[in-house]
Design a protein around this ligand. Structure first.
Ligand code: F6P
Length: 329
């Protein structure tokens, strides 16, 4: 173990996700286990620049494993994109004797950490925390599983009212650039169609599919639409109008699930994942490793160079598209 590192900082950055608290708890307690000091940084890079620090010990993280959101708060920070902002952040870390950090967030947060490393050689490890599951180098990000459960629960409820009124619902779920939430929740909730940015379904196929659905006697339908889906060239409200105009037989409603998908108590899966990643991240720093992102592949905690993680996007599971097609026969 690298005895040079005496004090490790931890913070959450970018969009929050359920399980971030479990990751913070794991980092703090692993530091305590190895008798290293730990500092929590509030509000991500914003708090780093302002020196908004909080010394943490094993007891500071009591009773947070089950809580949604992040006790350290989160922010997207423009100032850290500039060399001047990063200089301020570095000065704060140095004056607080911080030797390394663990950043819990998405690719934007990791890009910032890498730029910081290139200038100041500050060792860091990233833990992928985002509901979007869009990060290369891990099969699952912390928060994805919880978000899926939240979405499926919501769609089950929408299905009740859709069925009572013989309606078609477009349910928009999060995923700015990717369709992981849409595809998985769509299969899990038995959606009739799933629209994701990775696959060009096209408006004709959508109309065909809805027409067939009606012909087969389905009285209500759910179409899950990823927020980032532009393959039809329309947003979810335009889609509604388009379908109403072309298939007047349908009574259509839209439900945008929005930020409720980011909240709530983390699932057991996310708590365990976050706990495992936190332990390995601190151990990696103490072994002298840096610029890596923790991930889970084949149920093993792995590390991917951050430079690779931020370049790629995780691919959707094509097999799931096939499963969805077969299920909606
Ligand atoms: O956390 C990722 C994400 O949920 C995206 O799917 C979404 O586009 C974005 O965050 C919205 O976040 P905010 O409102 O915080 O900018």
């Amino acid at each position: 173990m690298n005895s040079q590192i005496k004090k490790i900082a931890v913070f959450t950055s970018g969009g929050d996700s359920p399980g971030m608290n479990a990751a913070i708890r794991s980092v703090v307690r692993t530091c305590a286990y190895f008798k290293k000091d730990c500092i929590g940084i509030y509000r991500g890079y914003e708090g780093m620049i302002e020196g908004d620090f909080l010394p943490m010990n094993a007891r500071s993280v009591n009773n947070i494993i089950n809580k949604g959101g992040t006790v350290l708060k989160s922010a997207r920070c423009d100032e850290f994109r500039s060399p001047e902002g990063r200089k301020k952040a570095y000065d704060q870390l140095v004056s607080n004797n911080i030797d390394a950090f663990v950043v819990i967030g998405g690719d934007g947060s990791f890009t910032g950490a890498l730029a910081f490393y290139e200038e100041y050689k500050m060792p860091f490890i990233g833990i992928p925390g985002t509901i979007d599951n869009d990060i290369f180098g891990t099969t699952y990000t912390v928060g994805f599983d919880t978000a899926l459960n939240t979405v499926v629960e919501a769609i089950d409820k929408i299905r009740d009212t859709a069925s009572s009124h013989h309606r078609l619902f477009f349910v928009e779920v999060m995923g700015r650039d990717v369709g992981h939430i849409a595809l998985n929740s769509g299969v899990g909730a038995g959606a009739e169609e799933i629209l994701i940015p990775e696959e060009n379904l096209g408006l004709d196929r959508l109309l065909d599919s809805l027409t067939r659905s009606k012909a087969r006697g389905k009285s209500s339908s759910i179409v899950v639409v990823a927020e980032g889906d532009r393959t039809t060239g329309k947003n979810v409200y335009e889609l509604k109008e388009f379908v109403e105009k072309n298939l007047p037989v349908y009574d259509v409603r839209v439900c945008v699930l929005g930020h409720m998908q980011r909240g709530g108590a983390p699932s057991c899966f996310d708590r365990v994942l976050a706990s495992r990643m936190g332990v390995k991240s601190v151990e990696a720093l103490l072994e002298g490793k840096t610029n890596l992102m923790a991930g889970i592949i084949d149920n093993k905690i792995t590390f991917t160079p951050v430079s690779e993680a931020i370049k790629g996007k995780s691919k959707i599971d094509k097999e799931l598209i096939r499963v969805s097609d077969i299920m909606t026969i």
